[in-house]
Write a protein that binds this ligand. Sequence first.
Ligand code: FES
Length: 174
Amino acid sequence: MLTRRDFYRFLSIAGGNAIALALAVPGVRYLLDPLTKKGQTGSFRTLTRLSQLEPGKPQAFPIIEARQDAWVKYPKEPVGSVWLIRQPGDKPVVLAFSGECPHLGCAVGLSADQKSFFCPCHTSSFGFDGSMQNKVPPRGMDHLQVEFTKEADPQVQVMFERFQTQSTERKPLV
Ligand code: FES
C-alpha cells in the first residue's frame, strides 16, 4: 500500500526526471546539430564543359566538397549529385536536376531501359524533363539553375541546392 509520504516522494522524483529530460533534449540537439548538416549548398559549381555533354543523354555529376563543423574538418566527400541533360539544337541549353529524390532523399538513377529517371528506394519515376511519371513522389525532380562561362566551349555551372523531401512544394533546405 502506498503511503502519502511514498506518493509525494514518487511525485518529486518523477517531476525531477521530467525537468532534467526537458533540459537535456535541446542541449543534445545543439551538440549534434553540426553533425547533421550535409555541407554547403546554394553556390555555383563547375561540373563540365558543354562539349562533354551528348545532346539528349542524361549524365550524372557528383558534388564533392570538404566539410567543416564546430569541431572537425572532414576530408572531401560526395554531398550530392546533379543530373545534366543537354538539349538538342544549336543553342546551348542544359537542364539540371538535383539527384536527390523528392520522396525521401535517395539517389535518383536511370530506369532499366534508360528512358526515364528512376529511384530504386520506392519506385519514383520521372521524365527527362523532371516531371513525375507516377504518384510515388510528392513533386517532380528539383530543377537547378544553370549558367555558362563566356568561352567557345563554355563551362557548365550549376547552382547546387538541396530541398526538403516529402513536400509538394520546392522548399530549399536552410
Ligand atoms: S526516396 Fe525515392 S522513391 Fe522514395
